[in-house]
Design a protein around this ligand. Structure first.
Ligand SMILES: Nc1nc2c(c(=O)[nH]1)N[C@H]1C(S)=C(S)[C@@H](COP(=O)(O)O)O[C@H]1N2
Ligand SMILES: [Mo]
Length: 412
């Protein structure tokens, strides 16, 4: 039997290895021959193709693909613990994205796991008791574009992530309206978007019933106090705090309760990793098979958001380094900084705690002693001991890539 503790210990083992290869990688980086790109920059090729573009209602975002729309937040937007709606990244798998009219929107509940079929509108959804959660929404492929050699998929840099205050009805309450049966196993979500040609399967995702029933799992209709922007799922989306954004279905119009595992393409084929490759404490056991498992929780991570890579700092004067850290909902225990390639680490000061699912700010003062290149490494650890290293080794599609970020400053 696999116990939770066993999993967590396995996680620790996988995550704690790796200071030595990281140091070697950093030296290669410094010589410009890095196997791993650990800076905020995308590899030259991908960056050249990428362009800033302004979608209606958004600030300029980095366009990675336009059909379907995949737009990443520039690094500079990731400086505050709440990401403004117009700076939030946009990710779609399918290019047919209808503009949904709030007055016409209907959410249909069906499936053998429910006692009755039901259809509710936005006004009814808003009449249910409202719940709020501040939570990070992160694409499983975030940072994939920093990998060398390349992994196939959208070449994201650091910006397929954001954190917002989500407000909506608890998914649990909506399921109770239709009466959830005891033998229901998975809840499937379908959004209003679809494929342009019939080649790509419709985007549908499922959650295990236990995750669907969590108090923080929402059908959200507000983001940072405003209706959801079109590009982020208007009028309503699933918010599954702690789990990767692939489960956060936008423009949700259909919810189906099943008493068997859902067999759709986006669960059975995509967003999967070889079992044991990433140190997941939360598993989606119903969807595990043939040595492969779906991605689940968000990996622990830290970003250095200030100063910018390459910035000058004064020798002998205190410089303030700040950033953000987050994880899959256990909470950040510490963020540490190293200025000697991982030999010694100093604890940073954590900022306000806005809940276990939120971005946590951190800051650190240091006084550079000598002139020259000053590498800064940042490493977050969560309350169950998951931390960053070179791994977990990106599994196939570049999922779960959360290496320690290295930023190089110039002490003058
Ligand atoms: N309807 C719909 N919902 C979706 C997707 C999609 O393609 N269609 N992509 C998912 C994935 S993989 C991600 S990373 C998030 C991105 O959320 P955002 O566009 O609001 O940043 O939406 C999720 N929800
Ligand atoms: Mo994603």
């Amino acid at each position: 039997m696999i116990t939770r503790r066993g999993l967590i210990e396995a996680a620790g083992g996988a995550f704690l290895a790796g200071a030595t290869p990281l140091r070697a990688a950093a030296r290669q980086e410094a010589r410009g021959e890095g196997l791993l790109a650990l800076s905020p920059e995308l590899p030259a090729g991908a960056r050249e193709e990428a362009a800033l573009e302004t979608l209606p209602g958004k600030k300029p975002l980095i366009k990675l693909t336009s059909r379907p729309p995949n737009y990443e937040a520039p690094f500079a937007y990731l400086r505050e613990p709440i990401t403004p709606n117009d700076e939030f990244f946009v990710r779609y798998h399918l290019a047919d994205i209808p503009r949904v009219d709030a007055a016409d929107w209907k959410l249909r509940l069906s499936g053998e796991g429910l006692k009755t079929e039901l259809e509710i509108g936005l006004a009814e959804l808003k009449r249910l008791p409202a719940a709020e959660v501040i939570a990070v929404c992160e694409c499983a492929g975030n940072r994939r574009g920093l990998l060398k050699p390349h992994a196939p998929g959208v070449q994201w840099g650091h910006g397929a992530v954001g954190c917002a205050r989500w407000k909506g009805a608890k998914l649990k309450e909506v399921l109770m309206l239709a009466g959830l049966k005891e033998d229901a196993l998975e809840i499937v979500f379908d959004g209003a978007d679809g494929p342009v040609l019939d080649k790509t399967p419709d985007f549908q995702k499922s959650l295990p019933v236990w995750k669907a029933l969590e108090e923080t799992t929402l059908i959200a209709y507000e983001m940072n106090g405003e209706p959801l922007p079109h590009w982020n799922g208007f009028p309503a989306r699933i918010v599954a705090p702690g789990w990767l954004a692939t489960y956060w279905v936008k423009h949700v119009t259909g919810i189906t309760a099943l008493n068997c595992p859902f067999g759709g393409y986006w669960m059975g084929e995509a967003y999967r990793i070889p079992a044991g490759k990433a140190a997941l404490a939360q598993r989606f056991v119903l969807q595990e098979r043939d040595g492969s498992t779906p991605v689940t929780e968000i990996a622990v991570n830290a970003l250095i958001t200030h100063p910018e890579s390459g910035a000058n700092v004064q020798t002998g004067r205190p410089a303030v380094i700040t950033g953000l850290a987050w994880d899959g909902g256990y909470g950040i225990r510490s963020v540490e900084i190293s200025t000697d390639e991982g030999r010694t680490w100093a604890e940073t000061i954590l900022g306000e705690d806005a809940g276990v699912f939120a971005f946590r700010r951190w800051s650190h003062r240091l006084a550079p002693k000598a002139r020259g290149r000053l590498p800064i490494w940042a490493r977050a650890t969560n309350r169950i001991g998951q931390t960053q290293s070179l791994g977990p080794a990106p599994a196939g599609s570049g999922y779960y890539y959360n290496p320690v970020q290295i930023l190089t400053l110039e002490a003058v």
